[in-house]
Write a protein that binds this ligand. Structure first.
Ligand code: AMP
Length: 421
């Protein structure tokens, strides 16, 4: 199937061609005709499947944007869980809409509100926003969403996990009742089904990958290692394999900073991104990594959400995530758009139960490979895994408090104690 058969505006087709894309990805091939027909959509698609273009392209087609002129009002609203994803979706809107006369803006917290307010006052057709900051603007009367025609909830599962449900509902209450709704989610949990039931109207259902299956094209390896030797092993792997662009995940913000400094001391250009850094600092770090000036980017889960790097070769889990779904999100940073990718997890004895959870969820066994010189010391006994700062914890699904919530950071031993061997 080619993009031509989708009958998109020639100006949009030209922009697609500029990107070098010849064929729609499966999610695009299914979603675009549905959206053009005007149907609501419930789509299960993980990042890396081309989901952004799957809603952006038909959205641009519907908005037209070949005439220009006149006072603008928000006609399409895209909500995303994180600033990075908002910035990235907005970039896609700009890329695919570059030959159209549509105005767009990105709205998120962590940056000053003034320029956003001015952009909104000047009028935009397309708004890409995180819920919290958009609500601030709404409350202050900076924007009117009363004529929105298309609403997109991107990574809706993530928005629920991050506690945005009330903000989303408040925002939706300001939209006209008659509109088209598109909901994208990596998983179809009961909560997502509930949300979609309350928002979507007779939606078309699209699934491009079975629930929670890890992308098959990503080669996954576990390296068992002692906790104290993880940083040495990572430096060893980067050096001996000559990895040039590697994304490393740590569980805590502090851990990300510490590891990044440690690698820098080993002569590996490295930087970190996490929720304690300003938006400007995060963007700067990401740019340095994308440009190849920094070889290793160390990130926490929330900060890494939405990072899209073409042809990122390796993802390393320096710590395993507490939540098995995060593993899938993490390794999904590599192996995008059909490229091969590799994911390595450095797993110490304390984390075996987390590995077990991941294998159970993905319904697969991950290959264990010992690295010479880094064999774990069998005399080391497991200890409970320390919780992330801020005491965030979610249940089987949902319930994770938003970043910065005041919950304590103590460990719940029972929950993290390793099961008996
Ligand atoms: P997404 O799932 O939206 O995060 O997109 C994943 C990656 O696929 C991005 O780097 C896009 O630039 C790329 N991409 C999107 N659509 C296509 C396509 N039709 N052909 C090739 N690459 C694509």
């Amino acid at each position: 199937m080619s993009f031509e058969t989708l009958n998109l505006n020639p100006r949009i087709q030209r922009a697609i061609k500029d990107e070098g894309y010849t064929e729609p990805t499966p999610i695009q091939a299914q979603a675009i005709p549905c959206v053009l027909e005007g149907r609501d959509l419930l789509a299960a698609a993980q990042t890396g499947t081309g989901k952004t273009a799957a809603f952006t392209l038909p959205m641009l087609e519907k908005l037209g944007g070949t005439e220009g002129g006149g006072r603008r009002h928000v006609r399409a609203l895209v909500l995303t869980p994180t600033r990075e994803l908002a910035a990235q979706v907005h970039q896609s809107v700009r890329t695919y809409g570059k030959y159209l006369k549509l105005k767009s803006a990105e709205i998120y917290g962590g940056v000053s509100i003034g320029p956003q307010t001015r952009a909104l006052r000047n009028g935009v057709d397309i708004l890409v926003a995180t819920p919290g900051r958009l609500l601030d603007h709404l409350n202050q009367g900076h924007v009117d969403l009363g004529r929105v025609e298309v609403l997109v909830l991107d990574e809706a599962d993530r928005m629920l996990d991050m506690g945005f449900i009330h903000d989303i509902k408040k925002i939706i209450a300001t939209l006209p009742a008659s509109r088209q709704n598109l909901l994208f989610s990596a998983t179809f949990s009961a909560e997502i089904k509930r949300l979609s039931g309350s928002i979507l109207n007779d939606p078309a259902l699209i699934k491009v990958a079975a629930d929670n299956t890890t992308a098959e094209r990503i080669r996954q390896t576990v390296h068992p290692v002692d906790k104290a030797k993880k940083a040495d092993l990572l430096a060893h792997l980067i050096g001996t394999n000559d990895w040039q662009q590697v994304l490393v995940f740590t569980r805590t913000k502090h851990g990300a900073d510490k590891l990044s400094k440690r690698l820098a001391r080993e002569g590996l250009a490295s930087t970190s991104i996490h929720g304690n850094k300003t938006q400007a600092a995060r963007m700067k770090a990401l740019k340095a990594f994308k440009d190849g000036r920094v070889r290793v980017l160390v990130a926490t889960d929330v900060a890494a959400r939405g990072i899209d790097i073409d042809k990122l070769g390796q993802v390393v889990n320096f710590d395993l995530p507490e939540v098995a779904e995060d593993y899938v999100h993490r390794i999904g940073r590599t192996g995008r758009a059909g490229n091969a990718g590799e994911a390595f997890s450095l797993v110490c004895v304390d984390e075996r139960h987390l590995l077990h959870r991941i294998e159970k969820m993905t319904n697969s066994r991950i290959e264990k490979v010992m690295v010479d010189g880094f064999h774990p010391d069998p005399s080391i006994k497991p200890e409970p895994v320390k919780k992330r700062g801020g005491g965030q914890r979610r249940g089987s699904f949902g319930g994770r408090k938003p970043q910065g919530s005041a919950a304590g950071s103590g460990q719940r031993n029972g929950e993290f104690r390793r099961r008996a061997r």
